[in-house]
Ligand binder design. Structure first.
Ligand code: ADP
Ligand code: TZD
Length: 585
């Protein structure tokens, strides 16, 4: 517990000395409220008015991880939230710092990750009259439409309530980002220490279990029973829920092939007998009943309709959707059996309802799925075995694939376009919540923030596989990685540009094409500049040794992996979303 501001000896009018009651200030109430709720780490960037808060938090035993840009601190908080089910905390200064953090807050909300962005703010009296304060901005109003909930605390006595509301809002129901506005004056306010202490709230059952209605479970099981070609789709909501045993029981007892979304990879090992990953197109087009477990039918699943899903041929397909949000069902296509509740409770209820005599998915369906899968895996093995003269995505990722196989506990962070798509399909994951990536938005810039959070909250080795463009968004945080001496190995797939490095300026002018970077850049030197290890790798062997050394030493390492600049396609696998291409089709 914080030591309150020391009791000050006061001299009254009569000249006799009287002890005033011990006082506590806003700074310490914020720290104590967080600690009381088991929050021990803050990701942030100091400055007026929160510099002292960062110092005091550290003095009070919290881990204070300072970044070079607030967006990355925010991304770290979001990843911490995903990994721990506790809201990650990002702390910023007012206006510009707040805005820098806002992208991460909104991205966290989009991904259903719990985090709290706490920003210091200017004086209300001046902001509201728009009189031009230092870093003046009506932050609460701006944050509100961009996150799940937003609050402001004006009185020290309300800090406990403010933090409690922020925590509850972030983790209950569908998790998301919360903004908490703390004006400068609040931090300096003092109050009686005992009263202050009593005003703090230890949140009880912040994310209550949400049990499904028995008739909803029965409806889903009745539908599932009729399925001839059932499929289970696992999303990152299922990974977040930490209901790993129940999810495994559902898959194995039902005998249904499953497909993991990107961040659900490893929930069951990718080499599981029922994985349909390598037969994705086939199962999506053919399945007649699909069980969605914490996965939305958004663009990543082609909105549940169209060619990907078999077009007109699949008109009779029906969906069972398990989600904590009661309004998710029917957002894209009709959901025949919505199951609202937390994944642990819902999946357990389904497994119990299935009982021991449940008839497993028809063999004629599953055998066909696994046959196609095995054929595709064999085809991929041939490609991976090739060793082209200039390293390409496949030959480089053949190395990464073996690294993760040998170190399943390592956390893989992944961003880029081709780098993302190839890594997702080539690198198998074996354990839950070991893959962190660009998520629902496909946002670039999460790399170093996610990597720092993964290392800080789990203490495990982190491997970040980054496109050279993607890396550039958060590259300066290699200094942060070195400063905290984190076991992070960054591999930059350097193909000299966004997507590729071969575009030319159509006008023949002196500027290079918009997608092209400096040729043969040495990203490894960036890590060396801050005392980390830099490796320049032009062959799979050099890449393999670089990663092995990094894992053995645990030292901050950046490997500049030179990739054929002609490799890769524009926008990776989402070329069809480019307007020019879209128009043609
Ligand atoms: P993916 O991108 O992997 O398909 P999405 O982010 O689209 O996954 O979907 C995640 C879904 O999981 C969201 O709709 C969210 O409401 C839901 N969700 C998150 N946590 C839980 C939980 N504990 N129980 C049930 N549903 C959850
Ligand atoms: N800005 C932000 C914040 N997010 C984005 N997704 C983009 C821009 C657009 N974009 C992509 O969708 S992928 C990508 C950009 C700029 C980078 C691709 O190049 P890369 O990867 O070098 O990282 P590959 O492997 O060479 O394709």
């Amino acid at each position: 517990m914080t030591t309150p501001t020391q009791t000050e000896a006061q001299t009254d009018a009569s000249g006799t000395s009287a002890a005033a009651p011990a006082q506590i200030d806003g700074f310490h109430l914020v720290i104590d409220a967080l600690k009381l709720n088991g929050i021990d780490t803050i990701f942030g960037l100091p400055g007026i008015p929160i510099t002292d808060l960062t110092r005091m938090a550290q003095a009070e035993g919290m881990r204070m991880i300072s970044f070079r840009h607030e967006q990355h601190a925010g991304n770290a908080a979001a990843a911490a939230g995903f990994l721990t089910q506790k809201p990650g905390i990002c702390l910023t200064v007012s206006a510009p710092g707040f805005l820098n953090g806002l992208t991460a807050l909104t991205n966290a909300t989009t991904n259903c990750f719990p985090m709290i962005l706490i920003s210091g703010s200017s004086e209300r009296e001046i902001v509201d009259l728009q009189q031009g304060d230092y870093e003046e901005m009506d932050q609460l109003a701006i944050a509100k439409p961009l996150c799940k909930a937003a609050f402001r605390v004006l009185h020290a006595a309300d800090i406990g309530v403010g933090i409690a509301r922020a925590i509850r809002s972030a983790v209950s129901g569908r998790p998301g980002g919360v903004y908490l506005d703390l004006p400068a004056k609040l931090f300096a306010q003092t109050m009686d220490a005992q009263v202050g202490k009593r005003s703090l709230i230890k949140v009880v059952d912040a994310a209550p279990r949400q049990l499904p209605a028995p008739e909803a479970v029965q409806r889903a099981l009745d539908l599932l029973k009729t399925a001839k070609r059932p499929l289970i789709l696992l999303g990152k909501g299922a990974a977040y829920a930490q209901a790993d045993a129940a999810v495994r029981a559902l898959v194995e007892q039902s005998g249904i092939p499953y497909l993991p979304m990107s961040m659900a990879k490893g929930l069951l090992p990718d080499n599981h007998a029922q994985s349909a990953s390598a037969a994705r197109s086939y199962v999506l087009a053919e399945a007649d009943v699909v069980v969605l477990v914490g996965a939305r039918l958004n663009w990543l699943l082609s909105h549940g309709k169209g060619k990907t899903w078999g077009g007109d041929k699949a008109a009779g397909r029906q969906f069972i959707q398990i989600d904590i949000s009661p309004t998710e069902a029917d957002s894209n296509v009709a959901i025949a059996a919505p199951l609202v509740g937390d994944i642990g409770s819902v999946v357990s209820a389904m497994v119990a309802g299935m009982g021991a005599n449940w008839v497993k998915a028809p063999a004629e369906w599953t055998a066909g799925v696994y046959e196609r899968r095995d054929k595709n895996i064999a085809k991929m093995a041939e490609t991976l075995a090739k060793n082209p003269p200039v390293m390409n995505f496949q030959s480089a990722l053949a190395v990464v694939r073996e690294v993760i196989k040998a170190n399943p506990d390592a956390i893989l962070v992944n961003e880029g376009a081709n780098t993302l798509d190839f890594t997702r399909s080539i690198v198998d994951m074996y354990l839950p919540r070991k893959r962190l990536d660009v998520g629902t938005w496909g946002i670039m810039g999460i790399g170093m923030g996610f990597a720092v959070a993964a290392a800080v909250v789990t203490g495990k080795q982190v491997l970040a596989i980054e496109g050279d463009s993607a890396f550039g968004f958060s590259g300066m945080e290699v200094e942060t990685i070195c400063r905290y001496n984190l076991p992070i190995c960054v591999v930059v797939f350097n193909n000299n540009g966004v997507y590729r490095g071969t575009d030319v300026n159509p006008s023949g002018g002196k500027d290079v094409a918009p997608t092209v970077f400096v040729k043969n850049a040495r990203y490894d030197k960036m890590m060396e500049a801050f005392g980390g290890v830099g490796v320049h790798a032009t062959t799979p062997q050099e890449l393999s040794k670089g990663i092995a050394d990094a894992f053995a030493s645990g030292k901050p390492t950046l490997i500049n992996a030179v990739i054929d600049e002609t490799a890769g396609t524009e926008s990776g696998r989402i070329t069809m979303l480019n307007p020019t291409v879209g128009k043609k089709s």
